[in-house]
Design a binder for this molecule. Structure first.
Ligand code: S3P
Length: 204
């Protein structure tokens, strides 16, 4: 679980256009490809809703003491998915958080079923060129280091689309600013009665 410094809190709050309160007691799980904005938007959503922020990859790295790319190298992807599944299950069993999941987590049928049963799933979607633009340096993403990253992201998006489409809510993050993506995500959460708007900065 990540705690923010007052400076981070201020920075994240600058991308939030109002005051909001969760109406759900469920965890909100962000799913989608690498570079779709799960971590950046997840941290801002956590500040907006005063909920803790948790990143499944970070927990895995803390608990194993290894960077994700080393887990892939040493133990392989199948073992990583097993660890990822257990990590996400234990988060879903705890108090509600904003959970950023690794890009492949929602494509594991067992992990997806658990998220769908216990959390509100939000798919953040963007085109491969936008994803790669946001990722920048691919060295910490083992799946992108085995060929042309743009082609890999394109293939992964096609392979995983049917899984991501099973998420409850969809937000297109494209190349939008974090502020605009936050607005879209908060609007969708509000329309679905998962949060309430206490005040809107545009009204002030
Ligand atoms: C992966 C995405 C990564 C990380 C691992 C595998 C994937 O997480 O879990 O490298 O399968 O798409 P991010 O989506 O947070 O980069």
């Amino acid at each position: 679980m990540l705690t923010f410094t007052p400076e981070q809190r201020r920075r994240f709050a600058a991308d939030i256009d109002g005051d909001y309160r969760p109406k759900t007691k469920k965890t909100i799980a962000l799913v989608g490809l690498m570079g779709s904005g799960k971590t950046a938007l997840g941290k801002r959503l956590a500040v907006a809703l005063s909920r803790p922020f948790v990143d499944s990859d970070t927990i895995i790295e803390e608990e194993t003491g290894l960077p994700i790319r080393n887990i892939f190298e040493i133990s392989g992807e199948a073992k990583f998915r097993e660890i990822e599944h257990k990590t996400i299950l234990s988060q879903l069993n705890g108090s509600p958080v904003i959970l950023s999941t690794g890009g492949g987590a929602f494509c594991n049928p067992n992990t997806r079923a658990a998220i769908k049963a216990h959390a509100i799933s939000v798919w953040l979607d963007a085109k491969p060129t936008d994803l790669l633009h946001r990722i920048g340096n691919t060295s910490s993403r083992p799946l992108l280091n085995i060929g042309d990253p743009l082609k890999i992201l394109d293939d992964l998006r096609q392979q995983r689309m049917a899984d991501y489409l099973q998420a409850e809510l969809h937000v297109k993050t494209g190349r939008h600013s974090l502020r605009l993506s936050m607005k879209k995500m908060l609007n969708i959460l509000e329309k679905n009665s998962y949060i309430e708007v206490l005040s809107n900065k545009n009204d002030k």
